[in-house]
Design a protein around this ligand. Structure first.
Ligand code: PGA
Length: 255
């Protein structure tokens, strides 16, 4: 089954509006690689409208980094799916930084996933185990629990994207190996097959995230179950992000 690879850039809380515009302009100066890889950038909320304009007519898509699970109301400081659906195709949900610093749990992530689909947004659902759980041999248990709860009562759909991001690999420069990531990503696909069905599980793209760079992307793309990457730090560098995309396109076309 051929799944179209996806490379998404998670800018996190980086770039002012002016900086975001310059970064996108720099990215667009890099040679286009066509549509063989789906490309998504997820800048901070306030830059989304300006970047949407800049990306018109290009093959880049836009994503948000979070959203609330209600349409509107007295939720000071939150962003509604209605605000995002006019601007974005994708929304990152359940990122480990949201879980860690902002107390999001699997129940709130589940509400957000359901709401994103209802609102026409495709979630990039992040799951991943901590270093402590990894060292205690609990990776399987943690990942299965996250997938099952985050997707409880979600209607099966191949539009879901999952990013496997081991917490110990995020922003640390200590990426998982391609083989390690593939084992857990294969587990995620089997969990999905049990929870939903095999056919849909084969359609869902599952990305690796955590210290992905232009130097190691090849290792991940080479693996059969890994369908791309969620890139943090390296997506803030136009030339490197473009190199990640080009390598993903070349490698997948030769598989
Ligand atoms: P990193 O972040 O590439 O900087 O490790 C990845 C992520 O958190 O999505």
């Amino acid at each position: 089954m051929m799944r179209n690879p996806l490379i998404a850039g998670n800018w996190k809380m980086n770039t002012t509006l002016d900086e975001a515009i310059v970064l996108v302009q720099d990215m667009l100066k890099e040679k286009e690689d066509g549509d063989s890889v789906e490309k998504v950038i997820c800048p901070p909320f306030i830059s989304l409208p300006a970047i949407k304009d800049l990306l018109k007519g290009t093959s880049f898509k836009l994503g948000a980094q979070n959203m609330y699970f209600e349409d509107k109301g007295a939720y000071t400081g939150e962003i509604s799916p209605l605000m995002l659906s006019a601007l974005c195709d994708y929304v990152i949900l359940g990122h480990s930084e949201r879980r860690h610093y902002f107390m999001e749990n699997d129940e709130t992530v589940n509400k957000k996933v359901k709401k994103a689909f209802e609102s026409g947004l495709k979630p990039i659902l992040c799951v991943g185990e901590s270093l402590e759980d990894n060292e205690a041999g609990k990776t399987e248990q943690i990942i299965i629990g996250q997938v099952e709860t985050d997707l409880a009562n979600v209607v099966p759909t191949g539009d879901l994207v999952i990013a496997y991001e081991p917490i110990w690999a995020i922003g640390t420069g200590k990426a998982a190996t391609g083989k390690q990531a593939n084992v857990t990503i294969n587990l995620i696909r089997r969990t999905l097959a049990d929870q939903w069905n095999k056919e849909t599980a084969q359609k869902v793209r599952i990305l690796y995230g955590g210290s992905v760079t232009g130097n190691n992307i090849g290792e991940f793309i080479a693996e059969s179950d890994i369908d791309g990457a969620l890139v943090g730090g390296a997506s803030l560098k136009a030339v490197e992000f473009s190199s990640i995309i080009k390598q993903a396109a070349n490698l997948k076309s030769t598989q």
